[in-house]
Design a binder for this molecule. Sequence first.
Ligand code: APR
Length: 226
Amino acid sequence: MKKKLVVLTGAGISAESGIKTFRDSNGLWENHRVEDVASPEGFARDPQLVLDFYNLRRRQLKEVEPNDAHKILADLERDFDVNIITQNVDDLHERAGSTKVLHLHGELLKARPVNSDGNSIPWEDDLNLGDLDENGIQLRPHIVWFGEMVPAMEEATIITSTADIFVVIGTSMQVYPAAELIHYVPEGCEVFVIDPNLEHSYTKPENCFKCGGSEGMKKLRDLLLH
Ligand code: APR
């Protein structure tokens, strides 16, 4: 029986692929107001501004590749039951080969009708006003905006509560409810943190790798496999 390795990832794991994080210097939230481009109110106020914000990020996603951190996580499926819980909306975990990826904040390459929070459809190109679903309803990015419910959170807590090993990589843990997951880690579960700007205090210092994702995942792989 393979040990269950649960990994909570954030924007930092995709930084080495060239995707901006949110709260680092020159991060996404330095050049955009969250309330304008990542909230239902912003979408109601100026839908095209919001659609353009995600269209740019969707186009950029086609230009980047998974990095070693994504690839090592995918390779670890040979030795562990790897469950990724990601706050990222990119598809880099999937493109690296990971097979169990739960997106807490939605997916950039999907869209859904504005009147639902469920049934999404694949959407790889620009999404604009006038792009409608089969019922003639305007489509929106399948992204969880600030103030909206996180439908996948219940499943994420169940996955986390059965972890043998829990890894936090590339997230500032400033956004809820995602950040609450650390409180669902079961007693006796080994916790590791990989982040160059380490502020997390979720585990003992020797389990904290103050470095980038690729370097940290190489260290963690060596530790777990030897
Ligand atoms: N490797 C690993 N971690 C890195 C790297 C790197 N190369 N570069 C930066 N980091 C770390 C930063 O130190 C920081 O702790 O990644 C984290 C990025 O934090 P945020 O920018 O806050 O991103 P994240 O935690 O994913 O944000 C959570 O906030 O805006 C919302 O919905 C959005 O999903 C996002 C959520």
